[in-house]
Design a protein around this ligand. Structure first.
Ligand code: DAT
Length: 176
C-alpha cells in the first residue's frame, strides 16, 4: 500500500517536443479511460500564460495559476500529464514518469515537418542530444519512478502503451 490516497495512479509523460508525447498519451487515454492533460493546451484554454518568450519562441506559463487549476484534477487520480517540462509540478502528483526518447535524425525530420527551423529547431535537437528532460526528470522525482522509453517507430509506441497498461494493472493490485 502506497501513501497515495488516489484510487488510480497519475502518470507524467515528458520529453523533447516531437518525441511522441501526444501520440502516446492519446492512445493510452483511449485504452485506459484515464484523463489526458495536455499542459500546453490547458494553459492556453485557461489563460495560464504570462508572456511570450521571443528567444525560445514559446509561451511562458503562469505556473501558479496552472498548478491551482490542475491540483483538484490530479487529486482525483487517473491522469496522464503530457508536457515538455517536469520541474515545476509537485513531486507528490506522480506515481510514475516516462521520458520519451527519439533518435536525433528522426526527431529532426519530425520537427522540420512541424515547421520548426533555425534556432528553435537547433535548440530542440540539442535538448534531445543533451538528455535535458531525462536529467530534469531524474532531479525532480525519485530515480526509481523515472523510465526512459524509445519512440522512434510506431511499433514502439504500441509497445509502450502495452507496458504502461501492465504497470497500471499492477499498481491497482498493489494499492487495493
Ligand atoms: P510531442 O507531443 O512529443 O510533441 P507528437 O505526439 O505530436 O509529439 O509526435 C510528433 C510527430 O511524430 C507526429 O507526427 C506523430 C509522430 N510520432 C509520434 N510517435 C511516433 C513513433 N513512435 N514513431 C513514428 N512517429 C511517431
Amino acid at each position: 500500500m502506497s501513501n497515495s490516497s488516489r484510487k488510480l495512479p497519475n502518470i507524467l509523460v515528458t520529453g523533447t517536443p516531437g518525441v511522441g508525447k501526444s501520440e502516446l498519451s492519446r492512445l493510452l487515454a483511449e485504452r485506459t479511460g484515464f484523463g489526458w492533460l495536455d499542459v500546453s493546451k490547458l494553459a492556453i484554454e485557461h489563460k495560464c500564460l504570462e508572456s511570450f518568450d521571443e528567444e525560445y519562441q514559446c509561451p511562458v506559463l503562469d505556473e501558479d495559476k496552472l498548478l491551482d487549476l490542475m491540483e483538484p484534477m490530479m487529486a482525483e487520480g487517473g491522469k496522464i500529464v503530457d508536457y515538455h517540462g517536469t520541474d515545476f509540478f509537485p513531486e507528490r502528483w506522480f506515481d510514475i514518469v516516462f521520458v520519451l526518447r527519439t533518435n536525433n535524425t528522426i526527431l529532426y525530420d519530425r520537427l522540420v515537418a512541424r515547421g520548426y527551423s533555425g534556432k528553435k529547431l537547433e535548440d530542440n535537437i540539442d535538448c534531445e542530444i543533451f538528455q535535458t528532460l531525462l536529467i530534469e526528470a531524474k532531479e525532480s522525482y525519485k530515480e526509481e519512478i523515472v523510465h526512459e522509453l524509445q519512440s522512434n517507430i510506431p511499433e514502439q509506441t504500441i509497445d509502450n502503451v502495452n507496458r504502461i497498461c501492465q504497470w497500471i494493472e499492477q499498481w491497482k493490485l498493489d494499492n487495493q
